[in-house]
Design a protein around this ligand. Structure first.
Ligand code: SAH
Ligand code: SF4
Ligand code: F3S
Length: 483
């Protein structure tokens, strides 16, 4: 990968005109920046450093790997937040607490900047697609040097160059974007696993959700590009991939040569070197029988389906624009349990959607009990400006909180009971890290996404081992490696 990057950069002529668009233009600016960072490093007597701070979902994490890759290609060394010359925050705005968290962090960054006047601060990502957030940054955080959004992330190199060559704040925002520019450097966080975008944006417009507004319309990538990327990752040592999209089950429908998600997944299983494939997220309305059968016959596909329920009340589901009923969801989950008995089903639930009553929450609790979710992420509804639900009659905070607490108890009890069903089994775990509390242990992840701690040394990180699950501790296991 590194050699390929150097080859491309060597072929770029920075004495000539700036290429009009696409990746060539970005490589042009990367090369220009290299000259700048080299000169600056000499002046300071040390290398320039950079740090990416990521909020939000897996797609943002993947985007941040691209940002880090571009920074490194420009000549920065990656460092921590406090000791960086270039600090970039990749934001999320799915709930209000994500927004508040960001303001806290940028507030703190002003102190770092006082200590290091060379420091540049950039903010990008989903939150920047909202005018109110950008206005607030302009007004209350004047020391932010660069702001850009989700549609023009691939222009990052160009923007870094602008920041260092103008004395004004740079704000570059696009309302939409249909260009997919991907052949840019990327710095993967883990050598053995990687996310792979299969689509961008979302067309579902669930009435509470901001994502379609900040990420734009759904666009699938061409299967050939996705499979080539996976092949490249495999040859680079990646063993586990996660196919990413807001609604992977609708992948490929709008391509010139339509292809289903199940077909793409099947093709990915045939790539040598890839031992485990995950995917996120499945919308219940689009999950096909083909997909279930594809998982069933392919042991490489992880035994884990994340199937967001959001609510168990038909009335609320309708107001949420989810396009399924409680009964349809129960049938689908029941069918998955029957066909894939060893698979974990996990979910997302929102409490406190406008108009939700205690009775509606009882319906949700009923689904949690009947499906027996292996894990559930529960969220208190957060009003997002511009979404249809923001104009509906809101539920008082105390009612939301009470219902949330009630649901949480059931969710935790259910997940605990579910976890116990695997005790005594032997499964394959991908070792991911040294145990935080006891360094003679390492921590791995099972196909069903559960965590297991086993005695072992750090050399195991990034490899698959067979482990016996000895003791269940609610959400994780203690086990031992089978020789
Ligand atoms: N595309 C994915 C979800 C992306 S957002 C899907 O449809 O499953 C992740 C989760 O955040 C959602 O599943 C939902 O449960 C939650 N969420 C989204 N908007 C929210 C809001 N306004 N308030 C609270 N939770 C929200
Ligand atoms: Fe949001 Fe719904 Fe799209 Fe998920 S499917 S990103 S919840 S609009
Ligand atoms: Fe957040 Fe954007 Fe993901 S709003 S959840 S980072 S798509």
């Amino acid at each position: 990968m590194q050699n390929k990057l150097e080859e491309i950069i060597a072929s770029i002529d920075i004495s000539g005109p700036v290429p009009e668009e696409g990746d060539q233009r970005q490589y042009y600016y990367i090369k220009k920046m290299r000259d700048y960072t080299a000169a600056k490093s000499q002046e300071l007597g040390r290398k320039l450093t950079a740090c990416t701070v990521t909020f939000g979902c897996q797609m943002n994490a993947k985007d941040s790997e691209k940002l880090a890759g571009i920074l490194e290609a420009c000549g920065f060394d990656v460092r921590d937040e406090e000791n960086s010359d270039f600090l970039i925050y990749n934001t999320c705005t799915v709930r209000d607490n994500a927004d508040q968290h960001l303001y806290g962090r940028i507030g703190r960054a002003s102190h770092y900047k006082k200590k290091n006047p060379e420091m540049k601060i950039a903010v990008c990502g989903c939150m920047m697609q909202e005018k109110t957030a950008v206005d607030k940054l302009h007004k209350s955080y004047p020391y932010v040097d660069l702001i850009f959004g989700t549609h023009n992330l691939y222009c990052f190199a160009e923007y870094i160059y602008e920041v260092y060559h103008s004395d004004k704040r740079v704000t570059e925002l696009w309302e939409s974007g249909d260009q997919i520019v991907e052949d840019l450097p990327t710095d993967r966080k883990f050598p053995w696993k990687s996310g792979v975008n299969i689509m961008y944006g979302c067309n579902n417009f669930c009435s509470y959700c901001i994502v379609p507004y900040v990420r734009g319309r759904e666009k699938s990538r061409e299967p050939i590009d996705i499979l080539r990327e996976i092949e490249r990752l495999a040859s680079d040592g990646v063993k586990e991939i996660m196919l990413l999209g807001q609604n992977v089950n609708s992948y490929g429908k709008t391509l010139e040569d339509p292809i289903s998600f199940a077909e793409l997944l099947e093709a990915a299983t045939r790539i040598d070197g890839i031992e485990r494939i995950r995917f996120m997220t499945s919308h219940p309305k689009d999950l096909s029988e083909d997909l279930i059968q594809c998982i069933k016959r392919n042991p490489k596909i992880a035994r884990h389906i994340h199937l967001p329920l959001q609510s168990g009340s038909d009335r609320i589901l309708k107001a949420m624009n989810r396009h399924y009923t409680k009964d349809q969801y129960l049938k689908l989950a029941g069918h998955i349990r029957q066909e894939l008995p060893d698979a974990a089903i996990t979910t997302d639930i929102i409490v406190g959607f406008p108009g939700e009553t205690a009775e509606d929450v009882n319906e949700t609790i009923d689904v949690v009990k009947k499906v027996g979710f292996d894990n559930a992420f529960t969220f208190i509804y957060s009003m997002r400006k511009g979404t249809p639900a923001a104009r509906m009659e809101q539920v008082p905070e105390d009612v939301k909180k009470e219902n949330f607490a009630r649901l949480l108890t059931v969710v935790q009890d259910t997940a605990k009971k579910q976890a116990e069903r695997f005790a005594g089994q032997t499964m394959s775990a991908l070792i991911e890290s040294v145990n935080e509390e006891d360094s003679s242990y390492v921590t791995g992840r099972l196909s069903n996404n559960m965590i297991v701690h086993v005695k072992g040394d750090p050399s195991l990180i990034g490899s698959f081992v067979q482990v016996r699950l000895d003791e269940c501790h609610g959400f994780y296991y203690f086990g031992h490696i089978m020789i």
